[in-house]
Design a protein around this ligand. Structure first.
Ligand SMILES: [Zn+2]
Ligand SMILES: [Zn+2]
Length: 266
């Protein structure tokens, strides 16, 4: 088994405006404030809602304005995770750092040691793995390639859907059986047939992870490899039995605030 696996993302589709009719049977918003955990991944055994803290480093020395622009993108990511998890997962704090690896390029990312980080942002000019637009490295020993066993790599012009796809890989600790699947959501687009039902495939709209089996709104297409017949939500529910999926991939619960710390080198 490979010690490091790059799970990569190609964004080929623009998100069409979601125009699904809203259901009047919508559950009322959860009034429980999210439990903020110090971890960057939803802890196994936890109960929703959970909010996560991420350490994010710019490879280059950047301005405060660039950090603030990236904060807005992560705020959108928190909103998108909050929606697709129906109000169960969001981010509570981002700690930004810069100048963590000047000149770094993602093609050499498996050698980049940033043990305090969860994500690295590269200068777009140094992004040398196109057409891949973002990646998550899995299976690294904790504290080597990142703070845990995984790390997000993105360029500084990362798009909303790429960030959501990579964030989706990142947030869960899953125990798929077989096929050398990563300990998070997998790249469904690597296997046929293609499936419009999931952020982990390529042509997804509206924003959602696929469902299947006895869960509501089953829509996962059985793949010829990878996770096969198991949908993303089925595996999440196996590993996180306290979490639920009601089939809407939306919530009317307001997004909890996202705090930010900037450690900006002059
Ligand atoms: Zn991916
Ligand atoms: Zn899926």
């Amino acid at each position: 088994m490979k010690s490091v696996r790059a799970a990569m993302m190609l964004v080929l589709a623009l998100l069409a405006p979601a125009c699904r009719k809203s259901s009047s049977e919508h559950k009322s918003p959860q009034q429980v404030p999210p439990q903020t955990v110090l971890e960057s991944i939803v802890p196994p055994g936890s109960s929703p809602p959970v909010s996560l803290i991420w350490n994010v480093g710019f490879a280059e020395n950047v301005t405060q304005a660039e950090m603030e622009d990236m904060y807005r993108r992560f705020l959108q990511l928190s909103q998108d995770l909050w929606s697709v998890t129906e109000g169960q997962v969001c981010l509570s704090k981002i700690r930004f750092f810069d100048n963590v690896a000047p000149g770094a390029s993602p093609s050499a990312s498996e050698n980049l040691r940033v043990p305090n980080l969860d994500a690295v942002i590269y200068a777009a000019a140094n992004w040398d793995v196109a057409p891949v637009t973002g990646q998550v490295l899995f299976f690294s020993p904790p504290g080597t390639l990142g703070r845990t066993d995984r790390r997000i790599d993105i360029p500084d012009d990362v798009g909303r859907l790429t960030l959501l796809h990579e964030g989706s890989h990142f947030v869960w600790r899953l125990t798929w059986s077989g096929n050398h699947l990563p300990p998070g959501l997998d790249d469904e687009y690597n296997y046929d047939p293609s499936d419009p039902a999931c952020i982990m495939d390529l042509m997804f709209s509206p924003l959602r992870w696929c469902s299947g089996g006895t869960l509501p709104a089953p829509n996962h297409v059985t793949k010829d490899g990878g996770q096969g017949a198991t949908s993303c939500w089925e595996q999440i529910r196996k590993d996180y039995p306290a979490f639920t999926f009601n089939g809407s991939s939306r919530t009317s619960a307001p997004l909890p605030p996202l705090a930010v710390e900037y450690t900006n080198e002059p």
